[in-house]
Ligand binder design. Structure first.
Ligand code: SAM
Length: 268
């Protein structure tokens, strides 16, 4: 039986995957934060390519014993792509595992383009991004009524340049909840740009390897951000969440407020 998820199940409810590439978001590290769809696909796939620097080994516990596992941290796209194409052409199902959600900083755009050019079918399965896990661990809502209603997901320029119109200092001017990816190596520059607009006592959560066994979360004031990053020797897999919502005295959402009526709770 074919369902709308791009895979088949037979009469015994076993999954039969199409010979195609499944670009799957693995979430931040904790295997329990995989989606059910991602887990089902992992359990059935013939081949799994995974970025071993970003996706923990525990995620592979769901794979078939006889699945071919290919680590890719030391491979270029030029090496990875032919591996995927060759296996799909020999009627195998291939999972390309990415950390978090594939729509963010995963370099999938060029993969999808080259797969399409090679006429290899592919699907994208979303995952939980690091910023969502950070908010859950911090027990904070990033959109608090009357305080902040916008979330900015961004990074500072590194080897990949951020377009000038998206400069961190101009985004900081909004004083929104700002989730800063890929920036630990340039944290002094990031702190200086953020301080152009956020008050120095704005709380910042430094989130290191969320969902991994050595996870670490520190909440510090913005003016101490670089100091703590260096003190803890953080250079990789760190997400910064800068938000006024981490301050005490948050407001109440209108959505569940008794005075607020909506479609499913009309006024009596
Ligand atoms: C190449 S990007 C991948 C982002 C991923 N696609 C996502 O949606 O979370 C890697 C960056 O994401 C953030 N990141 C990913 N996983 C993380 C984790 N488990 N803990 C903290 N930050 C993480 C860090 O900023 C890291 O430098």
């Amino acid at each position: 039986m074919r369902n709308n998820s791009g895979y088949f199940s037979n009469q015994n409810n076993l999954l039969l995957l199409n010979p195609c590439v499944y670009i799957v978001g693995a979430g931040p590290g904790d295997p329990e934060l995989l989606t059910i769809k991602a887990q089902k696909i992992l359990m059935a796939a013939d081949v799994i390519l995974f970025a071993d620097s970003l996706v923990p080994q525990q995620i592979l516990q769901f794979c078939r014993q006889d699945a071919e596992i290919i680590p890719t941290a030391n491979k270029t796209l030029e090496e990875i792509l032919p591996l995927m194409i060759e296996r799909v052409r020999s009627h195998q199902s291939v999972v390309r595992l990415h950390s978090g959600d594939p729509s963010l900083y995963s370099a999938i755009q060029e993969q999808m383009q080259l797969l399409a050019e090679a006429e290899i079918p592919f699907e994208v399965v979303p995952g939980i991004s690091a910023f969502q896990v950070a908010a859950a661990k911090l027990k904070v809502e990033l959109t608090v009524p009357g305080l902040v209603q916008t979330i900015i997901l961004t990074r500072i320029s590194g080897r990949t340049e951020v377009p000038t119109k998206e400069e961190l200092s101009s985004l900081a001017a909004h004083q929104a909840s700002l989730c800063l990816y890929l920036s630990a190596r340039h944290i002094e520059a990031a702190q200086a740009k953020l301080l152009e607009h956020y008050p120095p006592d704005t709380p910042v959560a430094i989130c290191y390897r969320l969902g991994w066994p050595d996870e670490k979360i520190l909440v510090v004031s913005l003016d101490k951000l670089a100091d703590y990053t260096h003190q803890e020797n953080l250079t990789r897999t760190t997400l910064y969440v800068i938000t006024p919502a981490l301050k005490q005295g948050i407001g109440r959402s209108r959505l569940y407020h008794p005075e607020h009526t909506h479609l499913f709770r009309p006024q009596e």
